[in-house]
Design a protein around this ligand. Structure first.
Ligand code: 5GP
Ligand code: MN
Ligand code: MN
Ligand code: MN
Length: 288
């Protein structure tokens, strides 16, 4: 989808060095930490309750907390889980290699002679959501492909929107290249072409990776978020919420005083699933 009119986002000249971009723009930016108090257990009439998780890495049997009740679960990738929410809205992360038909890694990972731990962990990851194909994949030692077709208990978004309770949600799995994982794209134009597909009237945006400056700080002090995603969110789309994960160490909530940015990574840096889901209520739009 081309944007003919409206705001056009340009590729930042330093797009490949997000820490340098951040050094040059941080003084123009607001990144205010928010303490997001979980609402009381009872649901408020006329509100829709969203529960945000990400990066559960198939460890949901091992959570040391109870997943809070809500109307809608938003999962920002690196699956997955079987949970009680009426709507489960998920996107893929870079670990969902069988969802990305162009992922270079997959044949190597699923080749029976070179099968590695990561192949096993991928199958376990799939097991939580796709019970039937699991047996078939292991019997045949063939790489599963287009796995998203087997998702039955959730709404899977891949550069696509869904409306629930009148609230417009859009999900996209892409992240800046890092290794040869699924839904990796170079920074700059390739990623921006995905962000240009996000409709301007999006209320809640879900991506796997963070925008620059919000929940994107890795342990060596580098900011690794996508600057074109930040520009798209701030200058064109202006969603009320942006939910993501991927950078586990960035778990937390911030705002630029318009959008609320939620890094909902459940796992910490050591893949221990210990971060509590982020929960927020949104008003039901009139007439819904
Ligand atoms: P995952 O493998 O679950 O996608 O990512 C796990 C961890 O890898 C993150 O918490 C982060 O420490 C690191 N990581 C992921 N993507 C990037 C990246 O683009 N740059 C850097 N420096 N680290 C990353
Ligand atoms: Mn992850
Ligand atoms: Mn908008
Ligand atoms: Mn990830």
């Amino acid at each position: 989808m081309e944007e003919d009119d409206g705001v056009k986002i340009n590729v930042h000249p330093l797009t490949n060095n997000p820490s340098a971009v951040w050094s040059s723009i941080w003084h123009t930016q607001k990144v205010l930490p928010i303490h997001m108090e979980s609402p009381a257990d009872s649901v408020t009439p006329n509100k829709v309750r969203f529960v945000c998780m990400s990066d559960t890495h198939a460890l949901t049997h091992n959570l040391n907390f109870k997943v809070p009740y809500g109307d809608v679960l938003l999962h920002a990738g690196d699956f997955t889980s079987t949970l009680p929410h009426k709507y489960k809205i998920v996107i893929a992360g870079n670990h969902e290699i069988s969802f990305d038909p162009n992922c270079e890694n997959i044949m190597q990972i699923f080749n029976p002679t070179t099968r590695t731990n990561s192949a096993e962990s991928h199958l376990v990851t799939c097991l939580n959501i796709i019970k039937k194909p699991f047996a078939r994949f292991t019997e045949r030692h063939t790489a599963p492909t287009n796995t998203s077709q087997y998702l039955t208990n959730c709404i899977y978004l891949e550069d696509s929107p869904v409306v629930v309770y009148g609230i417009k949600i859009y999900g996209s799995p892409w992240q800046p290249e890092f290794g040869k994982w699924a839904f990796n794209l170079p920074r700059g134009k390739p990623l921006l072409s995905k962000w240009n597909q996000i409709p301007e009237d999006t209320d809640i945006l879900i991506t796997h990776g963070p925008p620059l400056g919000h929940g994107d700080l890795v342990r060596n002090g580098d900011h690794v978020g996508c600057v074109e995603l930040l520009s798209t969110v701030q200058q064109r789309v202006r969603p009320k919420y942006h939910v993501f994960g991927h950078i586990h160490e960035g778990y937390g909530v911030t705002t630029d005083e318009y959008t609320i940015f939620i890094n909902a990574s459940t796992c910490d840096m050591n893949y221990i699933p210990k971060n509590y889901p982020m929960v927020f209520d949104m008003d039901l739009p009139a007439g819904v």
